[in-house]
Write a protein that binds this ligand. Structure first.
Ligand SMILES: [Zn+2]
Ligand SMILES: [Zn+2]
Length: 320
């Protein structure tokens, strides 16, 4: 647009000057023809000059545009590489590179951690919640897209920075200071420094929140355990009481057992005594019977003698 306007302006100037020539006037037809020729020549010369200039400017502009595009792309890659270098696990700060630190996406909250930290978190955290937002984890899967980006860019930051610097230098060498790279006035290192601070802030904040969550969880778990401990103490006290009662009952039973045993003993003694008494009586009975038998024989003998003297009145005689 700039060049076409210039072309129009030049032509306008030319036509104005031809007006002046024609209006100044009485120079005659021949001179007017000569004027026309000169005018044509001048116009042709200017046109071709302008064309060349235009071509040059266009070529330059194109080159600058390509350079700018290269630079922007380079910056983009550089930014991406930087960003991905920050794709570290918020728990261990390791770059989430497979297979050890494979980035693992949680469902449904969408947060990503390295697989190693996630596994140990799940082992410790009985609730199974996201370390960052504490939403219950329903499922998890490797974050393949992030993994591909990390594999492709991370670790190449230096290389990409060098590329960007070269493009920037080339552009600075060839550019007119007028129209390009005013953006460059903010130095790359300042912007990078700020960007670094932002990333660091984000990482540290995320980590801070994770640890705050863990502290909360620990606190809750401790309280839970403490109340469990209290309950166990009460049960233990109760059991102590039971044990004492049981001891008492056992003591009573022991006393009962002792009593019964002593009774048994006494009964045994009694049996023994009675046995002995019975034996003694039996002996005595035998003795008595023997004596009785001999007395019986004696009586029979006497009766026989009496019968012999008074046969009819024996019984009357002996009983009286
Ligand atoms: Zn980790
Ligand atoms: Zn989460």
């Amino acid at each position: 647009a700039y060049f076409s306007q210039r072309l129009i302006e030049e032509q306008r100037q030319l036509s104005r000057s031809s007006d002046v020539t024609s209006s100044s006037g009485e120079a005659g037809a021949a001179s007017a023809v000569a004027d026309d020729n000169v005018l044509e020549q001048i116009t042709a010369r200017i046109t071709s000059k302008l064309k060349d200039e235009l071509k040059k400017e266009l070529a330059k502009e194109e080159k600058e545009m390509i350079q700018q595009k290269d630079r922007q792309q380079g910056e983009m890659e550089c930014f991406l590489a930087g960003e991905l270098e920050q794709a570290t696990c918020p728990i261990c700060y390791e770059l989430m590179k497979a297979p050890k630190n494979t980035p693992t996406l949680l469902f449904p909250c969408g947060h990503t951690f390295c697989i190693e930290c996630l596994n140990s978190h799940i082992k410790l955290n009985s609730r199974g919640t996201c370390p960052y937002c504490r939403v219950k984890i329903q499922n998890q899967a490797p974050n393949l897209q992030l993994q591909q980006l990390i594999d492709g860019f991370a670790g190449r930051k230096e290389e990409i920075i060098k590329k960007v610097e070269k493009v920037t230098r080339d552009a600075a060498e060839s550019a007119d200071s007028t129209n390009s790279f005013s953006l460059r006035n903010v130095s790359l290192s300042d912007r990078e420094q700020l960007e670094d601070y932002r990333r660091e802030w984000r990482t540290v904040s995320m980590r801070y929140r994770i640890y705050t969550n863990e502290a909360k969880d620990c606190d809750a778990e401790i309280k839970e355990m403490e109340s469990k401990l209290e309950a166990t103490r009460i049960v233990r006290k109760h059991l102590h009481g039971e044990l004492e009662d049981a001891f008492k009952r056992m003591q009573k039973l022991q006393e009962e057992i002792d009593f019964i045993e002593s009774q048994l003993h006494q009964q045994k003694e009694k049996e023994k005594d009675l046995d002995a008494d019975i034996m003694a009586k039996r002996k005595r009975m035998n003795l008595v019977n023997t004596t009785k038998d001999s007395l019986e024989m004696e009586r029979a003998k006497i009766r026989l003698l009496v019968e012999h003297s008074i046969p009819d009145d024996v019984d009357v005689f002996l009983e009286s």
